[in-house]
Design a protein around this ligand. Structure first.
Ligand code: LIP
Length: 262
């Protein structure tokens, strides 16, 4: 486990350096679009993923690799890396300092390690299964324990919207139904950082639909190891729904999510 964590840490640090070195001042040029005209990709998303894939597979050639921007690589070792080179690409393009490199590794389908680094601010987070969640600041490590329990009507909830207009319309209606029943909503634009903010106690709960595994794999392990419940349909977070909240209030929050018809 520590070998995987050490590798993820050093690769994440290289990715941060790579993106910072290449990011121009002002807006970043767009190289293409994906699921819709607003689903952007930049040349830096792609080169960053290539760097991460090359570094990881050079160190562990028998592992599998799944990344947002590139070709998946099958493996024979039982270890699979799930990577988002820049989570929060729209923030990255606009220069909003909320975009992150997100690296997770699973062994035989079980989450083992997760590393998330905010590329703009340098805030670094990590977790190992059973080893807790930490904010790492040089040699300083701070254990994360999530937010204090709060009644749902006092919760600050983060969420997000898909790039496909019809899906966004449905999501906006669900968030509109939820708004009168919680403290407030935050739309920060990067699922990995929504989950690390939750682990930090900067939010009380999170709900989003339409996420891909690379958006939430590392952040979900960090949130879980900070004591939060991260769940979805049948108890497993997936593209249909990701919900995260403290154990003491997750059932009440899930009931609200259902009532709001997410
Ligand atoms: C983003 C997610 C965010 C979601 C956006 C997008 P990307 O990932 O982190 O939570 O609301 O629609 O999916 O595209 O920046 O990697």
């Amino acid at each position: 486990m520590s070998e995987l964590l050490d590798l993820a840490r050093s690769v994440a640090a290289d990715a941060v350096e790579h993106v910072r070195a290449l990011r121009p001042r002002g807006r970043v040029g767009v190289a293409g679009t994906k699921s819709s005209p607003t689903d952007l990709v930049t040349a830096i998303d792609r080169s960053c993923e290539e760097l991460i894939r090359a570094r990881i597979l050079a160190a562990r050639p028998d592992d599998a690799f799944v990344g947002e921007e590139g070709q998946d690589v099958a493996g024979t070792s039982g270890v699979e890396w799930i990577v988002d080179p820049i989570d929060g690409t729209v923030n990255f393009v606009y220069g909003i300092p909320r975009y992150a490199v997100s690296i997770a590794a699973r062994r035989d389908g079980v989450d083992e390690i997760g590393v998330v680094v905010n590329i703009a601010t340098g805030e670094a987070y990590e977790a190992t299964a059973g080893g807790g969640a930490w904010r790492v600041d040089g040699n300083e490590r701070t254990r994360l324990t999530g937010p204090p329990a709060a009644p749902v009507d006092q919760m600050l909830v983060a969420t997000g919207f898909n790039y496909v207009p019809s899906v966004r319309e449905h999501q906006a209606a669900a968030v509109g139904r939820m708004l009168p029943h919680v403290r407030d909503i935050r739309r920060i634009g990067a699922a990995a950082l929504d989950l690390t903010d939750l682990a930090e106690g900067r939010l009380d709960a999170y709900v989003e639909q339409g996420l891909k595994p690379w958006d939430h794999a590392a952040g979900a392990l960090i949130a879980r190891e900070a004591g939060l419940v991260v769940t979805g349909p049948g108890g497993v977070p997936d593209e249909r729904l990701v919900v995260a909240a403290p154990a003491a209030s997750v059932e009440e929050f899930l009931a609200l999510v259902e009532r709001c018809r997410f």
